[in-house]
Design a protein around this ligand. Structure first.
Ligand code: TRP
Ligand code: SF4
Length: 334
């Protein structure tokens, strides 16, 4: 029997190269070996973006296009929108009832976000419970493995603890422990060397035109110590070189190292060439995306089918949960 994988992304903006190499390419590879569910977690998006929620529907559609274009295969995996399977909220409530407040208040991701995100008021009731809904996402399908970024590790730990607490309270064996699958690819920085993020406007998006991609790559920061062509560069400290390692590993990367450290080629040329490598990498994705965009009804069909399949599993889990919480205890008392 294949193990189950669940992962999700919040539809809060366009997907970029960081999402591609940091998450999606990993997901695509997992599809054969695992029974995968991938959720567009729109409730999680709303928790953070409730003040500016109008574009969430558009982001959901874009996300579905991007996922499918990148190779998420609806024949192998279940692709769906979280809010179309209301059992997520139902399980969330069962779990919320037994999650100690202290676990959520101590959650490092929560504390960090309150500190760092100054533009939005995240001091809400729901936002504190963000990881409880995430636990519900994972436990609803009894997923044993969850591909995520390192920043999400505390949420996986909480999921395990909440699942165990449920099993313990109700003397049930419903929820398995889940483990994180961390991506091995190095983190891609934005074109300005800061963390790649839509709010910094420093990301190369999967839906950018060829022209935009070339323009953004040309604007990338390079080794600041390399001013003239004759100055030898320090590729290890250059974001452009880091991109080469991801998009053209092996021979090409070694050549770039030579050009740069040997002061053989300039940064403009180096970036021109990188843009071509990125476009080459994106070519099949862009082609698939264009094809899907011309058949949006197919995408909608895939999402409907996905919700149906997810719901079939979810209903079964909810039935077990209700049985554990209500019936069995009642029987034990009589
Ligand atoms: N919190 C995750 C993130 O921001 C998104 C998410 C929601 C998720 N539910 C999930 C990830 C379940 C993995 C499993 O990246
Ligand atoms: Fe960076 Fe390339 Fe310039 Fe070297 S030559 S500093 S790797 S852009």
């Amino acid at each position: 029997m294949k193990k189950t994988v669940f992962s999700g992304m919040r539809p809060t903006g366009k997907l970029h190269l960081g999402h591609l190499v940091g998450a999606l390419e990993g997901w695509v590879k997992l599809q054969k070996e695992y029974h995968c569910l991938f959720g567009i977690v729109d409730w999680h998006a709303l928790m953070g973006e409730y003040e500016d929620s109008g574009r969430i529907p558009e982001y959901i559609k874009e996300m579905a296009l991007d996922w499918l274009a990148c190779g998420i295969d609806p024949e192998q995996s279940i692709v769906f929108i979280q809010s179309r399977v209301p059992e997520h909220l139902e399980l969330f409530m069962f779990l919320a009832c037994l999650t100690p407040l202290g676990w959520l208040e101590r959650n490092p991701t929560y504390k960090e976000q309150l500190r760092e995100i100054a533009t939005r008021d995240l001091q809400t009731y729901a936002f504190l419970g963000y990881p409880v809904l995430q636990a519900a996402d994972i436990l609803l399908y009894k997923a044993q493995a969850v591909p995520i970024g390192e920043d999400q590790l505390p949420h996986i730990e909480l999921t395990r603890e909440i699942g165990r607490r449920f099993n313990f309270f109700y003397q049930a064996d419903i929820f398995p422990d889940c483990e994180a699958i961390l991506t091995k690819t190095p983190r891609l920085l934005g074109i300005d060397n800061r963390k790649m993020s839509k709010s910094y406007h420093n990301a190369i998006n999967l839906s950018d035109s060829e022209h935009e991609i070339r323009r953004k790559v040309q604007g990338m920061f390079t080794d600041p110590r390399r001013i003239k062509l004759t100055d030898p560069g320090h590729p290890q400290e250059c974001n452009v070189y880091n991109y080469y390692q991801v998009f053209a590993p092996g021979q090409t990367t070694r050549e770039v190292y030579e050009w740069c450290s040997g002061a053989k080629k300039g940064c403009t040329e180096c970036k021109l060439f990188l843009a071509e490598k990125i476009l080459l990498h994106l070519a099949p994705i862009r082609a698939k995306r264009a094809e899907l965009e011309a058949h949006k009804e197919k995408v909608e069909e895939i999402l409907q089918e996905g919700a149906k399949k997810a719901k079939a599993i979810a209903r079964q889990t909810i039935a077990e949960v209700k049985d554990a919480v209500f019936h069995k205890k009642v029987q034990a008392l009589t």
